[in-house]
Design a protein around this ligand. Structure first.
Ligand SMILES: Cc1ncc(COP(=O)(O)O)c(C=O)c1O
Ligand SMILES: Nc1c(O)cccc1C(=O)C[C@H](N)C(=O)O
Length: 397
């Protein structure tokens, strides 16, 4: 069986294949492998948004804060995301950007640590925003920032660690870090960990409750398809909520927001991580986008994601001239997220040529071609075509 035949067999057997029709995609002329940067548009969103704008905003106006459920949207949508990341309800709240939530979570974690714990450990290969915020959080809380290669994290965690900030999946290589093991190691050292789930939420089972994760943050515009700039989410484990002292205690997290008291008193539960007025339009677009998850087990998504990335790597190996690209994505399934990253010469130009030929991935400095596989709408035929076009582009250079 050749690879296109194998792709159609795999597509026929794919339990998630019906999901693709629930997205707006250019059926035949584009292979979209950039859902790890911006997820595709779920088809129900435009109609829902037209109603939100015309009726909820246009006609109900201020009444929508109560009658349309705007005020409670951050907790309600948090509870919709919760099962996708393995959390029971009441622990996830949606709002603000990922960066802002990383700040809230990390400073909140450090504030729960004893004063003699004077270090914040951060994954040295992290997405830049996490590193910048960790540096600022360290300065603000009077701690020393310790950037550590993820492979060395276990040895870096110790009696001086107040908190650690770690990416679940590395945005560049697609490496999946050991969330259960590192969380347990941090706890053994008496420290808390904040996980950045941007590249794992909606792509693989995270198991926040099962693994005793302390705090976690994730964006919703990648594998959760919430739309450009859709609000991020923050998880605070239930038993930590009473001690969570947000560095951004806005009025939306007050016990009695409309009491308008000059004295801050934090609300109970995850909503104490709220800040100010939520971005309702983006938030309700996200809520509509999450409908595609109805009846979809995250385990099925993970199975397909691994099969897709395996198959793409097989096609790359078969089609590309030897030695022209090097995969920096781990081969073992235990260490792989939902993307394949290939290092190659002139990667920026190569990606430009791929996009011009309808294969949309992205380029990450200095030499990485990134291909994100969103199992809800990417097919095995897409993976085969992407590798074939990549081989044509590379061979023609
Ligand atoms: C791991 C990770 N953290 C954070 C961010 C971004 O944060 P924000 O949503 O605040 O732009 C990204 C992507 O942009 C990311 O990949
Ligand atoms: N958030 C993004 C944006 O506002 C513009 C362009 C790209 C992004 C991204 O999400 C980049 C992404 N986090 C990455 O892994 O590189």
């Amino acid at each position: 069986m050749n690879l296109p035949e194998k792709a159609s067999k795999l597509d026929e057997a794919d339990a998630l294949r019906g999901k693709r029709a629930e997205f707006v995609l250019d059926e035949d002329d584009t292979v979209y492998l950039d859902g790890n940067s911006l997820g595709a548009l779920p088809a129900t969103v435009p109609t829902r948004m037209a109603d939100v704008v015309a009726r909820e905003w246009g006609r109900l106006r201020i009444r929508s804060w109560t009658e349309s459920g705007w005020w409670t949207a951050p907790e309600r949508i948090g509870d919709r995301i919760a099962p996708l990341v393995g959390a029971a309800s009441g622990q996830v709240v949606v709002g603000d950007s990922t960066s802002v939530n990383i700040f809230k979570a990390l400073v909140g974690a450090v504030r729960m640590a004893d004063a003699e714990r004077d270090e914040i450990v951060v994954d040295a290969t992290t997405f830049p925003t996490d590193g910048y915020i960790a540096e600022s959080a360290a300065r603000m809380t009077g701690r020393r920032l310790v950037p550590v290669d993820p492979g060395q994290l276990r040895t870096a965690l110790g009696p001086r660690t107040a908190a650690a900030l770690v990416n679940h999946v590395d945005y560049r290589s697609g490496r999946l870090h050991d969330l259960p093991g590192l969380t347990a190691a941090a706890h053994a050292a008496g420290a808390l960990v904040v996980w950045d789930l941007c590249h794992s939420a909606g792509a693989l089972p995270v198991g926040l409750d099962a693994h005793g994760v302390d705090l976690a943050v994730g964006c919703t515009y990648k594998y959760l398809n919430g739309g450009p700039g859709s609000p991020a989410f923050l998880y605070v484990r239930r038993d930590l909520q009473a001690g969570f002292d947000s560095p951004l205690p806005g009025w939306n997290s007050h016990r009695d927001p409309f009491g308008m008291s000059p004295r801050y008193e934090a609300a109970d539960g995850a909503l104490r991580a709220r800040v100010g007025t939520p971005d309702i339009l983006s938030m309700l677009a996200l809520e509509a986008a999450l409908e595609v998850w109805d009846g979809v087990p995250i385990e099925a998504v993970r199975d397909k994601s691994l099969a897709l990335t395996d198959f793409f790597l097989e096609c790359v190996e078969a089609y590309l001239p030897a030695g022209r690209v090097e995969s920096i994505t781990p081969v073992p399934h235990t260490d792989r997220g939902s993307q394949v990253a290939l290092r190659c010469a002139d990667a920026g130009e190569v990606m430009g040529a791929l996009i011009a030929r309808g294969v949309v991935g992205d380029f990450r400095h200095p030499d990485v071609l990134r291909f994100g596989f969103t199992p809800l709408y990417v097919s095995f035929a897409d993976a085969e075509r992407a590798a074939r076009v990549l081989a044509e582009v590379i061979s023609s250079r």
